[in-house]
Write a protein that binds this ligand. Structure first.
Ligand SMILES: [Cu+2]
Length: 120
């Protein structure tokens, strides 16, 4: 029955809003290592408000450069670190500007749809 279906859709939308507004987790700092010419993990899923800290373990410099010019670490020498906080949801690609074959992706989700992103 169409009317009941519409009510269900509205209820589902309200429930999503309630779930999304419940502060069940705090902002976290997530580590990514740069080692042997790769970012590890290469794809990282985080929540809006989380920060990512990259640490270069290689004996030569790398950068963490946003593909859309949102951030750029500049050269990080061995043991150098760079941190960025993600305040908007989205898919953020980055690379090393010294070795452009090095790529990484940060998936920034809200609590509402983060489980969908992680579903295999
Ligand atoms: Cu590099």
């Amino acid at each position: 029955m169409p009317f009941r279906r519409r009510i269900s859709a509205v209820l589902a939308a309200v429930m999503l809003i309630l779930v999304g507004s419940t502060p069940t987790t705090r902002a976290a700092v997530q580590p990514i290592s740069i080692a042997e010419f790769s970012f590890s993990p290469a794809t990282l899923t985080i929540t809006v408000g989380d920060s990512v800290t990259w640490t270069n373990s290689d004996p030569l410099a790398h950068t963490v450069t946003s593909a859309t010019n949102i951030w750029n670490s500049g050269p990080l020498n061995q043991s150098g670190t760079f941190q960025h906080t993600f305040t908007q949801p989205g898919i953020f690609s980055y690379f090393c500007s010294i070795h452009p074959t090095m790529h990484g992706t940060i998936l920034v989700g809200t609590q509402t749809y983060l489980p969908l992103v992680q579903t295999r």
